[in-house]
Design a protein around this ligand. Structure first.
Ligand SMILES: *Cc1c(COP(=O)(O)O)cnc(C)c1O
Length: 427
């Protein structure tokens, strides 16, 4: 596909170019396995000497078409779909880390990512230092150790809405010879392409805006192909030294700029197997076909709702980077000039219980454990998604106990405001 096409066109067209007589729409290849004529043909696939399909845990044509679309949208050299966003973030880190290694991560990342890094990676022997992403570079430097293998952050943090200074993070990571991994779930490549600001690897929970209709859980990892693993060969032996599980093949030598994403597929997906089902990939692709239409609507509606909330006497605070009062307004203008996302964090002038009462009074705006889909929804992280975190961890994660996360959908803005109004009225 022509790389120069605009994002709008890539959303609709990228990843699948049918040949004569083939289906116009990406077909669902609902097959675990693929046929070959000779044993020799199949053996070459297993040795990674030829590319081709043999078992859906490793690769599937539907998934590959959708991954190629996401890679095109982000401007990467390759991508891999995973069964969930959690799997994407786990693989993105585990692809270059092993027991004894360490990562540095922004402290305001999504609660699931926080748990994964703080608790589960630790059990695998991988340490994590959480940092305040707003610190100056000299302070961030102090978190790095000789065994640090990656720096991690979210373009827009879930649920706090902090905007990452991607260039600052990229410079910091590169000064320590490690890649910057950015979770771009909330911004989507429609509003920000982290590779253009120096990020090396991008991850997504495709469950959110990319799917957009709350029908399929999924994730993706995208490789920019820009990080020079060979220049830091001693840090990344998994990529730069022979892999005994592939007869001594070395990923950087065999695959060049595709080394990282090929290893993620050929080794991690083979061994750990969090494959996205082709059915879900098909649904994800339908979502992607309208991502460029939905994102501006989410952002436009959220901007109106954020301004309205900020002016409401019963609202104590609002965090949305589109508001001039936001401490992320300038970073938002730099990295997200066309809009950020539909997610707003705010607190009521009242107790923690008032937040719960307000949410219970809403009508079509529902309380759901979800965010970033077509339907406006609301959640109280301290009572729901983040309830495993202690008060101190909550504060560190940028989640105030009164924080209400409002995910503004693509309905009519007036109707969204009316529902919020009637719920606030009786308080
Ligand atoms: C939801 C989310 C995840 C986890 O994704 P799942 O698809 O739910 O596994 C990771 N990062 C961010 C920013 C998210 O919003």
């Amino acid at each position: 596909m022509d790389k120069k096409l605009n994002r709008d066109t890539l959303c609709v067209q990228a990843g699948w170019s049918p040949k004569k007589g083939e289906p116009r729409v990406v077909p669902i290849c609902q097959s675990t396995t693929f046929k070959y004529d000779t044993s020799e043909q199949m053996a070459r696939l297993f040795d990674l000497e030829e590319s081709g399909y043999f078992y859906t845990r490793l690769q599937n044509p539907t998934n590959d078409a959708v991954a190629a679309k996401i890679a095109a949208l982000e401007g990467g050299v390759g991508a891999m779909l995973t069964a969930s966003g959690q799997a994407a973030n786990f693989y993105a880190v585990f692809n270059i880390c092993e027991a004894g290694d360490h990562v540095v991560c922004s402290s305001t990342v999504y609660g699931g990512t926080y748990n994964l890094f703080a608790v589960t990676l630790k059990k695998l022997g991988i340490g994590c230092t959480f940092v305040d992403a707003g610190l100056p570079e000299e302070e961030l430097d102090k978190a790095f150790r000789p065994n640090t293998k990656a720096l991690f952050g979210e373009t827009i943090s879930n649920p706090g809405g902090d905007v990452l200074d991607i260039e600052k993070f990229a410079r910091t990571a590169h000064r320590h010879g490690v890649p910057l991994i950015v979770d771009n779930t909330f911004a989507t490549p429609i509003n920000c392409r982290p590779f253009e600001w120096g990020a090396d690897i991008v991850t997504h929970s495709t469950t959110k805006y990319m799917d957009g209709h709350a029908v399929s859980v999924g994730g993706a990892i995208v490789d920019s192909g820009n990080f020079d693993w060979e220049a830091h060969a001693d840090k990344f032996p998994g990529l730069t030294a022979p892999d005994p599980s592939y007869h001594g093949l070395t990923y950087t030598k065999a695959f060049g700029r595709m080394a990282y994403i090929t290893k993620a597929t050929a080794q991690l997906m083979r061994d750990l197997g969090s494959t996205q089902s082709p059915q879900n990939a098909f649904l994800l692709n339908l979502g992607l076909e309208t991502l460029h239409l939905r994102m501006p609507r989410h952002c436009g509606n959220a901007q109106r709702v954020a301004e309205w909330l900020e002016a409401h006497p019963k609202v104590k605070w609002v965090n949305y980077c589109g508001l001039k009062s936001s401490k992320y307004y300038e970073l938002g203008r730099k990295y997200l000039p066309d809009g950020s996302c539909g997610v707003i964090a705010f607190g009521l002038d009242g107790s923690r219980e008032d937040a719960v009462r307000f949410m219970d009074r809403l009508r079509f705006i529902c309380i759901v454990t979800h965010v970033a889909d077509a339907r406006t929804c609301v959640l109280h992280p301290a009572s729901h998604t983040h309830r495993q975190l202690s008060d101190e961890q909550l504060r560190e994660a940028g989640v105030a106990p009164d924080l209400i996360r409002l995910s503004v959908g693509i309905e009519n803005a007036e109707d969204i405001l009316s529902d919020l109004e009637q719920a606030l009225e009786g308080m």
